[in-house]
Design a protein around this ligand. Sequence first.
Ligand code: ATP
Length: 327
Amino acid sequence: MGSKKVTKIGVLTSGGDAPGMNAAIRAVVRTGNYYGLEVFGIMRGYSGMIDDEINLMTSRSVANIIQRGGTILKTARSKEFFEPEGRKLAYNNLTKRGINGLVIIGGDGSFKGAQKFSNEFDIPCIGLPGTIDKDIAGSDFTIGFDTAVNTAIEAIDKIRDTADAHDRLFIVEVMGRDAGYIALHSGIATGAENILIPETETDIEALIASLSEQEKRRKLVNLVVVAEGDKFGATEIASIIKKRLPNADTRVCILGHIQRGGSPSCLDRLIASRMGFHAVECLMNGTHNVMVGILNNQLHYTPLDLAIKAKQKISEDWLRIVKILAS
Ligand code: ATP
């Protein structure tokens, strides 16, 4: 808990971009203005804080952005912010404008930076989980996840059509370096026969056995959804399958960056608006250095130092569902 009254706040987006970040920025600016705070937009994450790219925003600066993907504040990864000298420069740029509170929309790396900065300079920081990967504990959803999964589903449905026409086996790689949530949700929702995620050990022999069993049963369309953080990855898995099951007509599709773009889904706009609104209320009522999340449809505040450490676990229930429904 902090004691100083927060009067001027800065908002930034940092790390990987995620659809819905704009809705969160809009909520922070408009809520701040509603309560009589000055709100500054910081460009390119921590880089803009160091390079002094900081602009006063008004309700009108965030008009017509709720439906736009990407982030109007741009985002970046800043090497300088890892260094004490970089953070000191950033602090000087904030204090010369009287900014005494920050809202950081980003992933766990961005929260690490925020935690360090806040400990060093006593500037309260509120984190909003903005990442398509849903790899942060303390929130059922992260801003961007729902849109990314829906994009993946749309693409995989199309792949299934062509797989069906040619009786092909498709290995589809979706995003998720450390977390398999996009693969898990999009795989279940598209009826994938196998889903490979970094949270579980990929057993190649079991995969081959399952595919050859399906071949015997003349199940001709086969979809394997693989998270990019899987031990093998789509390309290697496909080359193993080609060697072991030469009769299977195997293709690879890596969905890549399309999963980051596009207009945010309704859910992402709603959670981003709700989180942005509560971030400002936190700064005003002295609940500092927390991540604002939503758990069981209730607001949930996780201290930043815990949000950094804890990863969201994949429940056994989901893993059982995957096995049973794919049979
Ligand atoms: P994503 O989940 O999309 O990768 P992220 O927020 O985890 O998003 P990172 O690249 O890990 O993305 O972090 C964003 C920025 O946060 C870094 O470029 C750096 O400026 C800052 N940052 C990360 N870790 C630290 C740290 N330990 N100390 C200081 N700053 C950090």
